[in-house]
Design a protein around this ligand. Structure first.
Ligand code: FAD
Ligand code: DLZ
Ligand code: SF4
Length: 529
């Protein structure tokens, strides 16, 4: 790997091939990409490719592949309109080598550049491959930092060094200071850093809640949808109702709609779940932010403006900004701190395979059925659905965290390993033993009942603790704590819960254990649960 100045020197030395080949990946779709800094449309060439290696490293949801390919093709057109020459390989191109390295080699052979320029990949797997490109190709390869993030991998490592615990809240405050977002000098606007005490209420169905914007496929998208249906017929979902934004302009329209119609209520319904309203006041913007169609900092500035102009309350705006400059950046920091190897974390030694209903939603548990069916339909579920329904069930039932991670990477359109893996392994499965979260996000059915209307129509009874009609989350919750007491009972945040378990009548404990065992037996036998 060479640095920028070495690359320019190499370029000057080989005057006959002074052009650079700029390689843009499918989640780097913005003219602001660092790989394009200083690019010269009159001589540099852009390389983009749809490759089977990326499309099959997990069996991605059809909508996810379609979004990425369509956004890539639209971005290639945007680059052409800006005067660049784009070498674009489509998936079904007979010459397609099937992988990033192969396509880069073909691109170098065809264009004889002085230098290859890329922005660092978001995923460890791809960055690792990038590091061998220079020796593979025999020409300089310049890997630039991804300037879309506020905190680099090294920056996070420095922040984490010497801390006993990596509390997100402190990291977030540093990001507030760094960006000046919602700051009055060195003090937070409203004199508090965090307004979550005013957030997180249950919600009622609201016929008058505005609809999230939908974008009709154009000709470019229609071709991609056809390609995806032909090439990945057995992947999850259908492209029939594809309505994602696929250009930066459309994504900005989606962001404007969010800030106008949903941001004012964002905080208060952040944890709520309703059968009839899968999206509530969530942003539905992660897919666009993660592939480069929206700039995260610009989005936060737009949300901040809504507060200062009196269009959204502080509790909502602060919560939204915290998700992006706090959680999103923190999660990425954890990824680079812990990779490689983080994906193998399994502190509870859980080895149960995922039940078939994870791919169909065919289960009597109304909460799981709702979230999984919604995931199949939209390649989307909001945070609490991912964390407290599917994630919670997976951890309580002892599903293998590595398989859980692969499922999340497959099914959500916003899933890229750098953001998905710490959310699953660290936050939702506690598989890293508490490196990231101070206690497991485990709950019985009571939490789901309080925050949703799922239990109303469920065949299980959330108020029953044990027995075949009782909500399975109830017995699984205590059984999880009991079977993992060796790992968890010394956690001071769980002290009261373990004290309740120890005080519990022996017969009651046996009933919980038996109920959990018979549920898990049915699960293992592939019976309907
Ligand atoms: P909103 O709820 O409206 O939040 C606004 C924005 O904040 C999001 O667009 C996102 O950019 C950011 N954000 C919020 N929470 C997080 C978080 N924990 N980590 C990172 N960014 C966050 N997010 C992904 O982008 N990709 C994933 O693959 C992913 N997998 C997840 C898996 C699990 C088990 C959990 C618990 C969370 C996961 N998240 C993931 C985080 C979060 O659930 C999604 O970012 C969010 O649901 C996206 O929907 P939204 O745009 O409507 O977000
Ligand atoms: C997710 C994805 C898929 C499905 N396909 C492609 C592709 O064909 N070409 C491409 O450039 N990118 C794709 N991506 C996104 C990449 O997986 C992502 O850019 C890397 O994982 C970054 O680390
Ligand atoms: Fe889910 Fe239990 Fe409620 Fe049914 S009763 S929806 S299984 S929490």
């Amino acid at each position: 790997m060479r640095n920028k100045s070495e690359c320019l020197l190499a370029e000057n030395a080989i005057m006959s091939a002074a052009r650079n080949l700029i390689f843009i990946l499918g989640d780097q779709l913005t003219l602001e990409m660092s790989s394009l800094d200083g690019a010269d449309p009159t001589q540099d060439i852009i390389l983009m490719c749809e490759v089977m290696e990326e499309a099959t490293y997990v069996q991605h949801h059809k909508l996810k592949i379609a979004l990425i390919f369509s956004a890539m093709r639209h971005f290639a057109n945007e680059l052409r309109n800006a005067g660049f020459t784009v070498r674009y390989t489509q998936l079904d191109d007979p010459e397609n080598s099937g992988g990033f390295t192969g396509e880069l080699k073909r691109g170098v052979r065809a264009t004889a550049p002085a230098c290859v320029i890329v922005t660092e990949a978001g995923e460890w797997r791809v960055l690792d491959a990038m590091k061998s490109w220079q020796s593979d190709l025999g020409i300089p390869v310049e890997i630039r930092t991804d300037s879309r993030f506020l905190c680099s991998g090294e920056g996070f490592r420095a922040w984490a060094a010497g801390r006993r615990s990596l509390t997100m809240e402190y990291f977030y405050r540093d990001m507030r200071r760094k960006t000046g977002l919602l700051m009055n000098g060195d003090k937070p606007v409203g004199s508090r850093w965090n307004f979550d005490a005013e957030n997180r209420k249950p919600a009622q169905p609201d016929l008058f809640r505005p609809k999230h914007p939908e974008f009709r496929p154009d000709r470019v998208t229609a071709e991609v949808l056809d390609l995806v249906e032909r090439s990945f017929p057995s992947n999850m979902g259908s492209t029939k109702n594809f309505s994602f934004a696929v250009t930066g302009t459309q994504a900005l329209d989606a962001a404007d709609a969010f800030i106008r119609d949903f941001l004012p209520h964002f905080g208060e319904t952040q944890d709520a779940m309703l059968i009839e309203e899968p999206f509530l006041n969530h942003a539905l913007l992660s897919f666009y932010i993660n592939i480069g169609l929206l700039n995260p900092l610009a989005l936060c500035r737009a949300a901040e403006r809504a507060y200062f102009e009196g269009n959204a309350p502080l509790n909502a705006v602060e919560a939204f900004i915290r998700q992006i400059i706090g959680w999103r950046e923190y999660i990425r920091g954890i990824y680079w701190l812990k990779m490689p190897g983080y994906e193998k974390s399994n502190v509870f030694e859980a080895h149960r395979p995922l039940p078939d209903f994870f791919w169909s939603g065919d289960t009597d548990m109304a909460c799981m059925a709702t979230v999984i069916k919604q995931t199949i339909a939209h390649a989307y579920a909001h945070h609490i659905q991912r964390l407290m329904v599917v994630g919670n069930f997976s951890m309580l039932a002892g599903l293998d965290p590595h398989l859980v991670h692969r499922w999340y990477l497959e099914v959500y359109a916003d899933a890229f390993e750098w953001v998905e893996l710490p959310n699953v392994i660290g936050m939702s499965q506690f598989a890293d033993g508490g490196f990231m979260a101070s206690k497991p996000y485990a709950s019985s059915g009571a939490y789901i009942s309080r925050m949703s209307n799922y239990c109303d129509g469920c065949r299980y009874d959330v108020s029953k603790k044990t027995g075949k009609d009782a909500c399975p989350f109830n017995a699984l919750y205590w059984d999880f704590l009991d079977r993992n007491a060796g790992t968890l009972s010394s956690n001071h945040r769980l002290a009261q819960i373990y004290a309740s378990w120890h005080r519990m009548d022996h017969q009651k404990k046996v009933a919980y254990r038996d109920s959990a065992a018979s549920f898990l037996q049915k699960l293992d036998a592939g019976e309907r649960v």
